[in-house]
Design a binder for this molecule. Structure first.
Ligand code: SF4
Length: 76
């Protein structure tokens, strides 16, 4: 799954939302998040993010963002 990280905070360009084939982006408190159980790992959103906030979950050091994406997307 892909994960939205801190560069997204208060950004909301929304380019990623438009390209996602499964609409798995949701609004968190002050950033967007990806629902990890809906993301099909296509990678289309990653280059679309102007803030480079989207990363694959294989990236190291983003555990707290993985938790946050899961938490905020589960509230919908
Ligand atoms: Fe959507 Fe694909 Fe990005 Fe997952 S990797 S959030 S399915 S565009």
């Amino acid at each position: 799954t892909y994960v939205v990280t801190d560069a997204c905070i208060r950004c909301k360009y929304m380019d990623c939302v438009e390209v996602c084939p499964v609409d798995c982006f949701y609004e968190g408190e002050n950033m967007l998040v990806i629902n990890p159980s809906e993301c099909i790992d296509c990678g289309v959103c990653e280059p679309e993010c102007p803030a480079e906030a989207i990363m694959p979950d294989t990236e190291s050091g983003i555990e707290q963002w993985m938790e946050l994406n899961a938490k905020f997307s589960a509230e919908w």
